[in-house]
Design a binder for this molecule. Structure first.
Ligand SMILES: Cc1ncc(COP(=O)(O)O)c(C=O)c1O
Length: 362
């Protein structure tokens, strides 16, 4: 249809993993464990949920479009001004606003080939030319990304740590890279899994840098357990944030999302249990997978590299038919890989049981 621009016609639709209900119906199973979307297996913080429920009376009113309470709280925590903080419908929502705010027809984007699929969808839908730079052994190749910068480059997207590989680039790699990036180029530093990196001394926590051309994105969807609320946040120079505030949808995030995020920032016990559950669970998954080739991960998921696409396909199918939903990474361009999110201890045990069954030839 002539009405639809070519770059939209050529887009492949995003294919999400199967839901718990779909798998239950398809395989007539009682027990399903979902380890497919890097969510927090402990659920949302109970304190955050209670705060939302206790404060729903004003739901007939539009949300505070300035989101004063949540932005001020984030500004306090990170020692910034409220003008340096932007919120959105998930960090992906902010990514989309960044694209609409800063990109023009002849601008170009640079990112890594097999990185976060959400960014790839946004870049392809924008119609803006994007240089997809191959990764090196499942890591960002920052030198190659920098050498792709040209006069038209406007945005570079980096996910650190990355999804779906789970790998990260360290402080010195980041410092070297930033020396090669001109000030006129905006770097989106997506730190969706930041909370899981707290024990890494060489992780470049972007909040300890103050580059005028970097926007840091973080989210309440992972360690804070609020994926369904859709709330993410970004930090940057006041002028960048002012521009985003002009373009973003005024009433995102919704009031319940703002409430949940606000209260979850106080539930430090929940956050620390989340991190603890993740490191124990990661260890358990890694032990059970020691005969598989896995990519070292600093996140809440682990990716297995199979010899070929059909092995990855069979593994995913076996897991699914036995009630474990894992993520086949074909859609990310990694046809021979499967990603498994860390679950609760029970979830992880169930995964290990099914894996044993598979290893024993069913
Ligand atoms: C690297 C990365 N960035 C962003 C997101 C999206 O997070 P949000 O739920 O905040 O939109 C994800 C979710 O999987 C992710 O893996």
């Amino acid at each position: 249809m002539a009405l639809v621009p070519k770059h939209i016609r050529n887009l492949s639709p995003y294919i999400p993993g199967m839901t718990i209900d779909e798998v239950k119906r398809k395989f007539a199973l009682d027990k399903i464990v979902k380890l497919a979307s890097n969510e927090n297996p402990l659920g949302p913080s109970p304190k955050a949920l209670k705060y939302v429920i206790d404060n729903l009376d004003n739901s007939h009113r539009y949300p505070d479009s300035y989101a004063f309470k949540l932005r001020s709280k984030l500004a306090d925590i990170y020692d910034l001004k409220i003008d340096n903080v932007v919120l959105g419908g998930g960090s992906e929502g902010i990514m989309s606003v960044i694209m609409r705010t800063f990109l023009h027809d002849n601008d170009e984007i640079i990112s890594a080939e097999n990185s976060f699929i959400g960014f790839r969808v946004l870049a392809n839908a924008s119609g803006i030319k994007t240089n997809w730079v191959p990764m090196k052994n499942y890591h960002y190749d920052l030198d190659a990304l920098a050498s792709n910068i040209n006069d038209k480059t406007k945005i570079i997207y980096l996910a650190n740590p990355d999804n779906p590989t789970g790998t990260y680039f360290n402080k010195s790699m980041f410092n070297n890279f930033m020396e090669l990036v001109p000030n006129r180029v905006l770097v989106i530093l997506d730190e969706a899994y930041f909370e899981y990196t707290e024990n890494l001394n060489d992780f470049p926590n972007s909040m300890l840098y103050r580059y005028d051309n970097v926007i840091t994105l973080r989210t309440f969807s992972k360690a804070y357990g609020l994926a369904g609320f859709r709330v993410g946040y970004g930090f940057g120079h006041k002028e960048l944030i002012d521009s985003l505030m002009k373009v973003k949808l005024p009433f995102e995030p919704s009031s319940p999302a703002q409430l949940a995020a606000f209260a979850s920032l106080d539930d430090l016990e929940f956050l620390s249990n989340t991190i603890k559950n993740n490191s124990l669970g990661m260890q358990k998954l890694l032990n059970s997978l020691k005969n598989y080739n896995t990519i070292p991960s600093v996140t809440n998921f682990i990716t297995i590299i199979f010899d070929n696409n059909s092995e990855a396909h069979d593994f995913t199918g076996f897991m699914l038919s036995n009630g474990v939903i894992v993520r086949n990474l074909k859609g990310f361009g990694l046809e021979n890989c499967v990603r498994i999110s860390v679950g609760t201890d029970n979830d992880n045990n169930f995964f290990c049981e099914v894996l044993n069954k598979l290893n024993k030839g069913h």
